[in-house]
Design a protein around this ligand. Structure first.
Ligand SMILES: Cc1cc2nc3c(=O)[nH]c(=O)nc-3n(C[C@H](O)[C@H](O)[C@H](O)COP(=O)(O)OP(=O)(O)OC[C@H]3O[C@@H](n4cnc5c(N)ncnc54)[C@H](O)[C@@H]3O)c2cc1C
Length: 450
């Protein structure tokens, strides 16, 4: 029997706690979280703001009471302030000031990430919003009841910024999406695919201010009224800053942990940190990126958080389970346009030194004779011209082809060459697809050197 203390109970901490409580009931589990809620699905935030869901109730899948019913001790609104790694004691302070000194045998750190907020002048004006916590989403929804908030600027055109731009537009606001890159979702897609999303946003009336660096925020009466960039000025009654996340690991600095440069806790394939018996999972930790030969990476995704929480929990309980690394698979759905990706873009693969080549193919989803809607699907496979291994893939369509990306994810994980995909046995049924479908055709063209 071990006493296992979990610090942080969002996706990684919740996955770890559920794994231990469901499979190793002989252990004592003590959970700390500084927030008042558990397991908030931030992915639902834009849907709520945009009115695509009417209430946030479904955005949580675990509660304090749920954990307690399984036998855990849960301290909510209790911040872990420091940890004595020699004496094996966690020091925490509750919202009412009560202090707790909690001994542990094993520790799972799941403190997640925090938004990157550059020190831009005017950042403390009212209505400049951060978007990570449930409370922050609540604040935005509440403020949007005020019709005086007419114009919203979203800073950062990654997945979250693009989703929020759509949400504010659906909510009836005039929206400007600002990014210093010259396009959107550039971390996950090559320019040919980003261009599809750009057009989609522009077609829905969202103002695009790409290639602009925010210099300062200006306001009147303490409230933000405009965003000043190096190229111009954008009027805004609300600004959402979503330029990325960094590991929330300040507390673990200078106490002997090995870390990535950005502060992510280095973990091995058991999610164990450089301190024996101390595990880390989710956004506070590093991962192994199979698309780049298993090198260390920081990829903040709920999917990674859940998987790594499960791995950490089994290993903390004495069952040796190796994580198998990640491909960074992700997707976005804006209005009707669905875009999914896994692994490296060509741009990133070239920057990483690969002989990165692409094979593009576009085809309608189903047999051409069907009389149901039959949108085109575009696919790009990124592969290494020397080893022929698949490095990444991107797909876009108004058709829900999203599950197709999982095959490429597996191909990257298993080091499959593009030539092996060309004649892959893919079933055909006219209702669903074509006999030579876009996956195999893209790979086949690469095989032929086209
Ligand atoms: C708007 C938005 C949309 C997203 N959409 C998606 C999506 O569609 N798909 C996807 O895969 N990912 C998505 N993500 C990313 C995903 O939410 C994160 O990767 C995920 O939340 C990471 O989970 P985590 O448990 O590691 O960390 P976090 O969610 O950051 O949770 C960390 C927890 O630790 C607690 N904590 C921190 N420090 C302490 C301390 N000192 N003491 C006690 N408690 C502490 C915090 O209160 C928090 O509960 C989205 C994120 C956002 C913000």
């Amino acid at each position: 029997m071990s006493r296992i203390v979990i610090v942080g109970a969002n996706h990684a901490g919740t996955a770890a706690a559920n794994t231990i409580l469901d499979n190793y009931p002989e252990n004592e589990v003590v959970i700390f979280d500084q927030n008042s809620n558990i397991s908030f699905l931030g992915c639902g935030m834009a849907l709520w703001i945009g009115g695509q869901i009417s209430k946030p109730d479904g955005l949580f899948y675990q509660t304090k009471e749920g954990f307690e019913a399984k036998g855990a001790t849960v301290h909510m609104e209790t911040r872990v302030e420091s940890i004595d790694y020699y004496a094996h004691v966690v020091h925490a302070v509750a919202a009412d000031g009560t202090t707790i000194d909690q001994p542990y045998d094993k520790l799972i750190l799941a403190t997640g990430s925090e938004p990157i907020i550059p020190p831009v002048e005017g950042m403390d004006l009212q209505n400049i919003q951060r978007v990570k916590l449930f409370q922050q989403a609540e604040e935005v929804v509440r403020k949007l009841q005020d019709p005086a908030i007419r114009r919203v600027a979203v800073v950062g055109a990654g997945y979250i910024g693009v989703e929020l731009a759509e949400a504010f537009q659906r909510n009836g606001r005039d929206v400007t999406l600002i990014d210093m890159m010259d396009t959107c979702v550039a971390g996950n897609f090559d320019p040919e695919f980003s261009a599809l999303m750009e057009k989609n946003l522009a077609d829905h009336g969202i103002g695009l201010a790409f290639g602009e660096r925010v210099l300062r925020y200006e306001g009147e009466g303490g409230k933000v009224t405009r965003v000043v960039t190096d190229k111009g000025t954008h009027e805004a009654d609300m600004v959402c800053v979503c330029i990325g996340f960094r590991p929330n690991t300040q507390m673990f600095r200078y106490v002997g942990f090995e870390m990535m440069q950005n502060g992510a806790l280095l973990v091995d394939h058991h999610q164990e940190t450089s301190k024996p018996g101390v595990y880390a999972a989710g956004d506070c930790s590093s991962c192994f990126y199979n698309a780049a030969d298993g090198e260390l990476a920081y990829i903040a995704l709920a999917t990674n958080a859940v998987r790594s929480g499960i791995v950490a929990a089994h290993n903390a309980c004495g069952t040796a389970i190796d994580g198998i690394g990640v491909q960074g698979s992700s997707g976005i759905c804006i209005y009707d346009l669905k875009m999914v990706a896994t692994g490296l873009t060509q741009k990133k693969a070239l920057a990483a030194g690969y002989d990165a080549r692409v094979s593009d193919f576009a085809q309608v989803q189903k047999a051409t004779f069907v009389e149901t809607p039959n949108p085109e699907v575009k696919v790009r496979i990124v592969y290494d011209g020397t080893t022929r291994k698949v490095l990444g893939a991107q797909m876009a369509s108004t058709y829900d082809m999203s599950a197709g990306i999982h095959m490429f994810s597996l191909a990257i994980q298993e080091g499959v060459t593009i030539d092996r995909l060309a004649l892959l046995d893919v079933f055909f049924l006219p209702h669903f697809n074509q006999p030579y479908n876009y996956y195999t055709m893209a790979a086949y063209n690469a095989l032929l050197g086209k």
